[in-house]
Design a protein around this ligand. Sequence first.
Ligand SMILES: Nc1nc2c(c(=O)[nH]1)N[C@H]1C(S)=C(S)[C@@H](COP(=O)(O)OP(=O)(O)OC[C@H]3O[C@@H](n4cnc5c(=O)[nH]c(N)nc54)[C@H](O)[C@@H]3O)O[C@H]1N2
Ligand SMILES: Nc1nc2c(c(=O)[nH]1)N[C@H]1C(S)=C(S)[C@@H](COP(=O)(O)OP(=O)(O)OC[C@H]3O[C@@H](n4cnc5c(=O)[nH]c(N)nc54)[C@H](O)[C@@H]3O)O[C@H]1N2
Ligand code: SF4
Ligand SMILES: [Mo]
Length: 763
Amino acid sequence: MTPTTGPEDGTWHKTACILCENNCGVQILTAEGQRTFLKIRGDKDHVSTHGYTCNKALRLDHYQNGGRRLTTPLRREPDGTFTPVDWDIAIAEVAQRFAAVRDTHGGDKIFFYGGGGQGNHLGGAYAGPLLKALGSRYRSNPLAQEKTGEGWVDAHFTGGHTHGDFEHAEVSVFIGKNPFQSHGVARARTVLKEIAKDPARSLIVIDPIRTETADLADFHLQVKPGTDAWCLSAILAILVEQDLLDHRFLAEHTRDYEVVAEVVRGIDISAHAAVCGVDEDLLRRAATRIGTAASVSTYEDLGVQQGPNSTLISYLNKLIWLVTGNFAKQGAMQPHSWMFPLAHYSTRTRTTPVTGARMPGGLVPCNVIAEEIVSDHPDRFRAMLIESSNPAHSLADSRMFRRALKELEFVVVIDVTMTETARLADYVLPAASQYEKYEATFFNFEFPRNTFHLRAPVLDPLPGTLPEPEIYARLTRQLRAVKPLPLAVLRTAAKWGRTPFRLAFAALVMANKKTLAMAPFLLYETLGPTLPGNARAAAVLWALAQRTARTYPAAMRRAGHVSADALFDAILQGRSGVVFTEDSQDDAWDYLPHPDKRFPLAIPELLGILDDLDPATAVQTSAEYPVILAAGQRRPFTANTIIHDDSWRLRDTKGALRLSRPDAEALGLHDGDQARVVTERGSAVASVEIDDRMQAGHAALPNGFGLDLRGDGNSVVGVALNQLTDARRRDPISGTPWHKNVPARIEPVTTTHMSPSAPGALR
Ligand SMILES: Nc1nc2c(c(=O)[nH]1)N[C@H]1C(S)=C(S)[C@@H](COP(=O)(O)OP(=O)(O)OC[C@H]3O[C@@H](n4cnc5c(=O)[nH]c(N)nc54)[C@H](O)[C@@H]3O)O[C@H]1N2
Ligand SMILES: Nc1nc2c(c(=O)[nH]1)N[C@H]1C(S)=C(S)[C@@H](COP(=O)(O)OP(=O)(O)OC[C@H]3O[C@@H](n4cnc5c(=O)[nH]c(N)nc54)[C@H](O)[C@@H]3O)O[C@H]1N2
Ligand code: SF4
Ligand SMILES: [Mo]
């Protein structure tokens, strides 16, 4: 439990990497009195990653010590400058200003964005009581620019998220997903190499780029960008035409197959193959491999979720594994338990107040947020609280979003550093970093053994900063949102022990249902101070352990926890994480929300879109914008905008614009030349890299670049992508952006080897 002192001078701390959702367990060496990370290595004891890391974890010192940290709350003055203010003043004024918005316009005009990135969800768990106290009802986060379309389809089918079992799948399918670079599958590089080495298993990759994952593939369906709806519907049509279906599964576990089949039989497979640019024979072989495998797992990600027809594609992806019976068996798709669900998906969705957009998962689609603000609609958002996110940089059409931020009456940003978003705020509150506080994520997607990792701090908070749970608690206290009595009751009960505490808590909930909404705050204030190791911020996990015990009692016991309190203690002590549930394949059916436990295969709205699929819309380019730009490729040295120090990158330091050789030649561009990328919304200059993995007519820029680290615009490295993207280009159902499908024109700026016929050749 305590950090260990090794043969080296210093202390090894168990924690995790925070650069992607895998949160690989790592150990970090620090020396007494120093804040530097001297060494970083994988944690072999870690319950899900077992010592694995990718190249990025070794650079985490640049997160902790590389950026310019905020060390005091900042208040914007009428002249536009920021003044440092002390915490008490900041808390009092922020609470008062939010309360004023609530009292004037209604609390539902206060909009919350963020609540956690790739490594930090614990703070966001404490935002709830504050938002409740303010009467806030609308929120969003980056899931609403990637996963909400898929979530909406999941709501119809499994009622929740499913994850593939790639360690055992006979056939693994990656659709617009490059796990070799982006992970999303634990120990991805090892797992992919194992699949590639095994002649009995196959890897199918659907990607316009020959990625590092595609290098290992048995079938690479190199689609034209944005045409996956044609590719996947052709695969589905081949499965139906060739009768490669699991009839027993269809009969026992599904309904309405015939409704789907009728639409699918109408698909002209050859025509669809031609639209997506994949050889029909290859498509047929890949479909046959899927249809004849003992188990198939699939993973769809940004390549399709941030492109045209994304919700339809999620539907097609799931139909492919459903009609082939790839659910709830080893190597196939699995639902899973949650310590805390990242979003609550339902087939019935609320809509946003101004644009009336659907809100899958209860989240406002990122692409409509600006429109919900820049409006004279009486229900427009008036204030925003933003935590652990930099939407002025990461949302489509930054120019529009920044204008929206300026129109708000009040904006508060909680971050570790001064971001593009923070610069437009009224108050900036400095958070302790993810290695200076207790942290955890709710990215717990595993089956059958699902894991959770509470990380203890490696360092003390940087002076002047506070962990988010403390910031939210101070604001909630300031608003006097909870009466003294329940706090006094719970404080006393906490002194008597866990059982009296549980009984007291249950009694308070019985007396007043609102207790549940305020639970994180109540726990932080009462149970929190009694927890060993200053783990006050872990108090909310007590409630989540109770939830686990209630929702998955058998699975929790199988994982070795006899009670909710035993699970809570295991979490507090498990420095390398804990297995919190252990399911069995049979349990998978219990996760389905449908009383008859059958998948309702027909989603009429999506079948309608499939039936009307117009090949003319497969081409998004024009004479003016002849190239499709993938604005946001994951590369070996990108990690969203988590690290605010450009020197962390050992390669691709400028974030090159990758182009195919024929396109580069036509434009007279060579490696290292500067080129201008022009889109409907803006333009940017990037340095060129000719990449034989790219197909003609396609270009790619990496995500996470273009940060204005000093705020003077002078030292920006690479392209801030969302000056190029258009928020109106979004999915009709979920409102998710088309970042991977940006029509663009590329123009040489300076070329080291000028070629006479070059400029405009691609037009
Ligand atoms: N190294 C690194 N890893 C990361 C991150 C990071 O910043 N850097 N970020 C994390 C986050 S937040 C996320 S959401 C995940 C995202 O993980 P991924 O979705 O795997 O990442 P991307 O590289 O954005 O897109 C995946 C693939 O989509 C392909 N693609 C582009 N257009 C199309 C198309 O029209 N059709 C198809 N089929 N494919 C297309 C691209 O060529 C690319 O290979 O990565 C996580 N992991
Ligand atoms: N064009 C284009 N746009 C994209 C994408 C793309 O591919 N193309 N990808 C999209 C995707 S999938 C995602 S997930 C988003 C991600 O974009 P964002 O939601 O903006 O998230 P991050 O880039 O992860 O930014 C994390 C912020 O958290 C801060 N931070 C780090 N640690 C802490 C902490 O402990 N506490 C607090 N309070 N703050 C902290 C960092 O300083 C940073 O400002 O970008 C999206 N935007
Ligand atoms: S960036 Fe690499 S080391 Fe870090 S969590 Fe993701 S896969 Fe693991
Ligand atoms: Mo993401």
